[in-house]
Write a protein that binds this ligand. Structure first.
Ligand code: ADP
Ligand code: MG
Length: 234
């Protein structure tokens, strides 16, 4: 199986000098094409830090971190920027721009892709919003949408350019359990259709079954001890 993410002995530190503090210790993790992996762990344990490193949103310092076979430790800024185009991000709060409609928010994420023309981008945005069940809300502004609907727009935005990797940081945290469930089921369905890999940070025990595997972060260390969810269930 193709490795989309390969992490070996990754360490991460915040601060410098006397304030320097290690937050990730010796992380080892591989993510394969098409799988959904859940990361659990207490608040402050380092989950978001790891996600932002994998997502090339923060510079990796020590060890090895490869995404699509590209080494991110010591990568330069233009390499990081290029890589970000191939990654979809979904955050806890949807991060939609309030002055743009649902379609414009989704469409905007394709503007980084020079090879997608505006007309095509508009059509793809509309189609993606239909897929996430918002056909009727395409021209609505975020303030006119419910929490679950806004998170669906964020999913449409993350997946519209068919990234091979989606990083989702507590995407259901702000939702009630029913809309949380439907949001992750939607991510799962679209990921299967596009054969993309999802790393999903969540505290929500009700959605664990969407994943093939689960890993746990504790005090900056990643444990793989609950590796197969299917085995754990039997
Ligand atoms: P989680 O997502 O699991 O809650 P984080 O990765 O956000 O954990 O944080 C891990 C640790 O790193 C925490 O102790 C947090 O206070 C610290 N931390 C997070 N971001 C920064 C930062 N930008 N500068 C300094 N320390 C940080
Ligand atoms: Mg976090």
């Amino acid at each position: 199986m193709k490795e989309v993410v390969s992490i070996e002995n990754l360490q991460h530190f915040y601060g410098e000098g006397e304030l320097k503090k290690q937050v990730l210790y010796d992380i080892n993790l591989k993510l394969y094409q098409g799988e959904i992996v859940i990361m659990k762990g207490p608040s402050g344990s380092g989950k978001t830090t790891l996600l932002t490193l994998i997502g090339a949103l923060r510079s990796a310092q020590q060890g090895s971190l490869k995404v699509n076979n590209q080494e991110l430790v010591n990568a330069n800024n233009s390499q990081l920027v290029a890589l970000r185009r191939n990654i979809g991000y979904i955050f806890q709060s949807h991060n939609l721009l309030e002055s743009l409609t649902a379609r414009e928010n989704v469409q905007m994420s394709m503007e980084l892709h020079k090879n997608i023309h505006t007309k095509q981008a508009k059509e793809r945005a509309e189609h993606m919003l239909e897929l996430v069940g918002l056909a009727e809300r395409i021209n609505y502004y975020p303030r006119q949408l419910s929490g679950g609907q806004k998170q669906r727009v964020a999913i449409a935005r993350a997946l519209v350019s068919h990234p091979k990797l989606v990083l989702a940081d507590e995407p259901t945290a702000a939702l009630d359990s029913k809309s949380g469930r439907s949001v992750v089921e939607l991510m799962q369905k679209l990921a299967k259709e596009q054969d993309c890999t999802i790393l999903l940070v969540t505290h929500d025990d009700r959605i664990l079954d969407v994943a093939e595997r689960m890993v746990t972060m504790e005090d900056g260390r990643l444990s793989l001890r609950f590796q197969s969810l299917n085995q754990a269930a039997t």
